[in-house]
Design a protein around this ligand. Sequence first.
Ligand code: GDP
Ligand code: MG
Length: 444
Amino acid sequence: MFEGLSDRLSGILSGLTRRGALTEADVTAALREVRRALLEADVALEVVRSFTEKVREQAVGAVVLKSVTPGQMVVKIVNDQLVAMLGGEAGIIDLNAPAPVGILMVGLQGSGKTTTTAKIARRLTQRDKRRVLLASLDTRRPAAMEQLAVLGKQVGVETLPIVAGQSAVQIARRAMEAARLGGFDVVMLDTAGRVTLDEALMQEAADVKAATNPHEVLLVADALTGQDAVNTARAFDGRLGVTGIVLTRMDGDARGGAALSMRAVTGKPIKLVGTGEKVDALEEFHPARVANRILGMGDIVSLVEKAAETIDQEQALRVAEKMRKGKFDLDDLSMQLAQMEKMGGIGGLMGMLPGMGQIKKQVEGANLDEKMFKRQRAIISSMTPEERRNPDLLKASRKKRVAKGAGVDVSEINKLLKMHRTMADMMKAMGSGKRGIGQALGSM
Ligand code: GDP
Ligand code: MG
């Protein structure tokens, strides 16, 4: 239903914004810089290649905003693509399963598994009010079991009593059973790690997984992992079916390339980020922040964003100019409604139009939601171009047709026309500034 309308809108917009489209050569030149930045941020080479190729396809032919260079435009496209890719689905720990919910922690030795286990347990206990049981499956290093017990005590979370001589699988089974009997909500299984990828380690983790059927398998990875990130992620995910990634040591000077590498290889979301040695140093993953860190071109990105904002403003001013000349038709109203929708309500738009600041307050009380904007635009898009230019054509039978087309009552058409008339009148008289949009909209 909106197609015709949005085509026209984007036509108008591109008339305003077009400085030309990005050529193959523009994109190639800009991507050279981007490639260097990604490699410097320690993104794995194969990921740099596939990522820049994907961006190239998207970027060639894209419209360049006014007052922005092609290179800057490409950087913005790269940034947006990076954010989209890093973000994807929401990165929270999923506890949506029958209790006790198992969380299996895997990763290389020293990646921060044990510390992260305690951090997550603390968060689930304190913030989400879950009863958590911790169990260390690191049978090779007694000190590791002790470490988890100490951290558990520190965060006020119970750990499974240590019994000498049990295998990882036996301990894991015992943990699940103890949790069932003890009424725990969550069991976190902290596995042993090796300094490098190792078949015995993988097999052990796979056996534990088969025995306990965990709801989450979290790969803990050091953000400082460089080119190896790809191999690590691929090996763990291929063997264990990772459900999410926790990136540790983001407090250091890691540029975060591992985040992109691991996300690209596994397609699994980065769920959390470790930002220090302390048990409260755990944060949500912010794709935009990390994208900025990886790309290191935040200045250019905000410059392009500002340019885009300016264009919105120019568009708003153009409509205002038309209003002042008394040539305010239903197409203009529709465009204005689209703009309001985009800006998250009428307040934003009014702030932009000259002389409207005061009316803004008045209007904010009125119940003007996005749904209403959408409905009104649907009505307008059900009219013929002649009707939009000359609303007086809309007599009873035409109104009925439009109402049917938009799936609304005829009374809605009347309201819309009344609003338009009030606004158009008001625009003519705007010099005197006696009436405002607020009044027009308030009268609906
Ligand atoms: P594991 O072998 O995978 O269990 O790793 P550990 O949890 O024992 O952590 C290894 C070291 O990394 C410890 O000294 C931790 O304090 C440290 N560590 C873990 N996470 C972070 C983090 O997010 N930031 C920093 N700076 N250090 C961390
Ligand atoms: Mg450990």
